[in-house]
Design a protein around this ligand. Structure first.
Ligand SMILES: [Zn+2]
Ligand SMILES: [Zn+2]
Length: 425
């Protein structure tokens, strides 16, 4: 019996992985230019890290984590997101001691035990940035510029919408939770089963519940934005005006609360898709209290994570994947021809020319068919005569023309011009 992959997990095949490479390549370059350096974190962490940082009353911690006891009896969890691990790494490695400022990025898989029938993946991939040490609004605006430029560089900025909000400070939030709870209490019975519970534990989450009952019941609820303190209000005004000056388009969404406990002040989502069916392709915000929550000093911080699966989908819709096509295909026939072909292929590759070949003793015709199927522009033919004379016949498969050149020279000719000098006979 064939063993199949687990539910909610998938293979990324070569045709698609080219798109992943493209996105990761652009992201790494944008991160680098904005002064972010790569952090590679373990996939497995102590469960307590996520319980403490993400919050006990969140969907992630309540029912989506891959948690198990390892052989030593320690409760461990496959990371469901990157920020908690990034903060842990920042503290554990003493990055805050040498300089309390740090800009870090990561790319990699995350794990959540979601219901696969909804099309959700249990292993999904994110790239994220975390910026430590700056409480100022300039840091918020700069991070949003980075996020915008990342999508712009990929040609995706016309297909996303940036929504921002402020969650205020801890005090603002505590006062708001009371106001919101008082508002929701009388209509508790109209809410979905989860939200009835949330009114007690985490009423903010009722605001972003997908159930239409909950959306209707909370439609007239007071907003956090309307009740933040003066400092938080000023911070938000400044972030907005900086974004305006940078010409990063955004909308203020006062109902956006984000699912995780650790956010404060600026929060944001980058949405894609048609109105009504929008999904967040990236999301993040400020989390000034998290470093302290995880046992460190008070270091302000903010960050975002973007979903690679969704970005790949968006990119695939926009432009067909361009599979790497070999520029040249080596066709060999006769004694010592395989040897000459392998040597020439290697010379071409080392000169930066893509070249492919068959290894078997197949007919000339069969190899030419392979060359066409591979989408090669040139067939480089090595028959007994060519091999004996140190030459190679270069056939232009588009034009149908053919000429013979020295094997030694073909790499530099193809590398320099992408086509052989066709004049010399
Ligand atoms: Zn405040
Ligand atoms: Zn609900």
């Amino acid at each position: 019996m064939l063993i199949k992959k687990l539910k909610g997990f998938r293979d990324i095949l070569p045709e698609e992985s080219a798109l992943w490479r493209q996105i990761e390549g652009v992201a790494v370059e944008v991160f680098r230019r904005y002064g972010y350096r790569e952090l590679r974190m373990p996939l497995l962490e102590e469960t307590g890290l996520f319980r403490r940082s993400i919050g006990e009353q969140t969907d992630i911690v309540e029912k989506e984590m891959y948690t198990f006891l390892d052989g030593g009896g320690t409760s461990v969890t496959l990371r469901p997101e990157g920020t908690a691990s990034a903060v842990r790494a920042f503290l554990e490695n003493g990055l805050h001691r040498t300089d309390s400022k740090a800009r870090l990025y990561y790319v990699g898989p995350m794990f959540r035990r979601e219901r696969p029938q909804k099309g959700r993946l249990r292993q999904f991939h994110q790239l994220g940035a975390e910026c430590f040490g700056w409480p100022e609004a300039g840091a918020d605006a700069d991070l949003l510029c980075l996020l915008w430029d990342l999508f712009d560089t990929l040609g995706l900025s016309t297909r996303v919408q940036l929504q921002i909000n402020t969650l205020g400070c801890r005090g603002d939030r505590a006062a708001y939770v009371e106001r919101l709870r008082a508002y929701l209490e009388p209509c508790r019975d109209e809410l979905c089963e989860n939200c009835r519970r949330r009114v007690d534990h985490n009423p903010l989450r009722v605001l972003d519940c997908k159930s239409t009952h909950c959306q209707e019941a909370s439609a007239g609820a007071p907003t956090l934005l309307a009740g933040v303190c003066g400092d938080c209000g000023d911070h938000f005004v400044q972030v907005r005006s900086l974004l305006d000056r940078q010409q990063v388009p955004y909308q203020v969404n006062p109902r956006m609360v984000r699912g995780l406990d650790y956010y404060n002040r600026t929060t944001f989502e980058l949405l894609s898709g048609d109105l009504g069916a929008q999904n967040a392709v990236a999301a993040g915000g400020r989390y000034d209290g998290l470093v302290e929550t995880l046992g460190g000093p008070a270091v302000p911080a903010l960050g975002f994570a973007a979903g690679l699966e969704r970005m790949v989908l968006m990119l695939a819709e926009g432009n067909a994947a361009t599979a790497a096509t070999p520029l040249a295909f080596l066709v060999h026939r006769g004694e010592h021809a395989l040897e000459a072909a392998l040597l020439l292929r290697r010379q071409l590759i080392r000169a930066g020319v893509e070249a492919d070949m068959d290894y078997g003793e197949r007919s000339f015709k069969a190899q030419m068919r392979s060359a066409n199927r591979a989408g090669a522009r040139y067939a480089l033919i090595l028959g007994e005569e060519e091999v004996a004379q140190g030459n190679v016949a270069v056939k232009n498969l588009d034009a149908g023309t053919q000429e013979t050149v020295a094997q030694d020279g073909v790499a530099s000719i193809l590398a320099a011009t992408g086509s052989p000098a066709s004049e010399e006979e």
